[in-house]
Design a protein around this ligand. Structure first.
Ligand code: IMP
Ligand code: MG
Length: 187
């Protein structure tokens, strides 16, 4: 199988690499101030939030602890399954910790709402969220996102960690794929 360059599969870009960098820098400065005395634990949900958490934590001016969790809410398609299961758990005890969740995108909000409750149930002292992207039109569950990146329209996006069928996570911007990419899948 020979595949095209990643740029050839993009229909249009929604958020550029430069816009992402500037926004993350901004939010990281606020977070560094807000958490200076809190010894925060930054948690990222694999795999989508990996690019976001790396860029975000490197932009922080304070040292932080990081941990990862793998949850499943989407299959290989573009619709949420509605059920959340833990594939891989944290290795850190969150009791008494100030948690900052770094997320790629808030879509229905189900994943985050579940995670916030779970961390509180485990005894976290506080739980706040940084989400690079939000799709307000798709929200089904109330989640309080303290640090907001970009609001985007109700379109399926890829890049900066977000995938379509496990590909395109390595795109350095946020973009919408050409319809032909999905059609190729059904053939
Ligand atoms: P939720 O619907 O808010 O629970 O979103 C769950 C997860 O689905 C997100 O953390 C993303 O990993 C993934 N997701 C949501 N919208 C998109 C999208 O437009 N492209 C790729 N992945 C998405
Ligand atoms: Mg995610």
């Amino acid at each position: 199988m020979r595949i095209a360059d990643i740029q050839d599969d993009i229909d249009h870009e929604l958020v550029s690499k430069e816009q992402i960098e500037a926004k993350i820098k901004d939010i990281a400065a606020r977070v560094s101030d807000d958490y200076r005395d809190k010894d925060p634990l930054v948690i990222a949900v694999l795999k989508g939030a990996v690019n976001t958490v790396v860029a975000f934590t490197q932009a922080l001016s304070i040292p932080v602890q990081m941990d990862f969790m793998s949850l499943s809410s989407y299959g290989s398609g573009t619709e949420s399954s509605g059920t959340i299961t833990v594939r891989q758990d944290l290795s850190t005890d969150v009791r008494g910790r100030h948690i900052l969740i770094a997320e790629d995108i808030v879509d229905s909000g189900r994943t985050l709402a579940w995670l916030v409750e779970e961390l509180k149930r485990r005894g976290a002292a506080s739980v706040e969220i940084f989400a690079l992207l939000e799709k307000p039109a798709r929200r089904e569950v109330e989640v309080d996102v303290k640090y907001k990146g970009f609001e985007i329209p109700d379109e399926f996006v890829v890049g900066f960690g977000l995938d379509y069928d496990e590909r395109y996570r390595n795109l350095d911007s946020i973009a919408v794929l050409k319809p032909s990419v999905y059609q190729g899948d059904e053939a």
